[in-house]
Design a protein around this ligand. Structure first.
Ligand code: FAD
Length: 117
């Protein structure tokens, strides 16, 4: 079957949106288990991402820049950084990671607050 760049790009956009939104909700002070969960997720993701060439290239990035899981800030900063490495390779604009702030909002409200009520 022929490569379809439109579908490949659509999958990429949806995936990045999910990944950045996921780390934007990662705990500010994660437990060792939460840290391990994110780390495992990233490595499992890199084995399963359906675009094989993309996944292979991403595994190369992970070898050089392992996932940062010590805090929400570290995880979000790392995700932004590795996305920029992919942007660079694809000759896309570089995103200013200092402006990531509230860019990724899951729209799921303040679940932490609800739990405490
Ligand atoms: P995307 O790169 O999809 O970004 C979507 C939006 O996120 C942007 O419009 C911008 O608002 C925001 N954004 C951009 N940069 C950042 C950042 N650093 N941090 C936070 N937000 C940001 N495609 C290929 O053709 N070859 C590949 O090898 C390849 N590898 C990939 C590897 C992975 C792990 C993933 C998830 C995708 C890969 N893709 C690859 C797809 C590619 O990265 C893009 O998703 C796709 O080309 C669509 O690009 P886009 O211009 O719409 O923006």
């Amino acid at each position: 079957k022929l490569e379809n760049a439109t579908l490949k790009a659509e999958l990429g956009r949806a995936t990045w949106k999910f990944m950045h939104t996921m780390v934007a909700r990662f705990p500010e002070e994660p437990t060792p288990e939460e840290r391990k969960t994110l780390e495992s997720f990233v490595y499992l993701f890199s084995r399963l991402y359906p675009c094989g060439d993309c996944a292979k290239h991403f595994r190369g990035i992970l070898e050089e820049y392992p996932p940062q899981t010590s805090s929400r800030n570290a995880a979000a900063g790392w995700m932004c950084f590795v996305h920029n490495l992919v942007n660079e390779r694809l000759k896309k604009p570089i995103f200013d990671c200092n402006n990531i702030g509230d860019f990724y909002d899951c729209g799921c409200g303040d679940e932490d607050k609800k739990k405490k009520e």
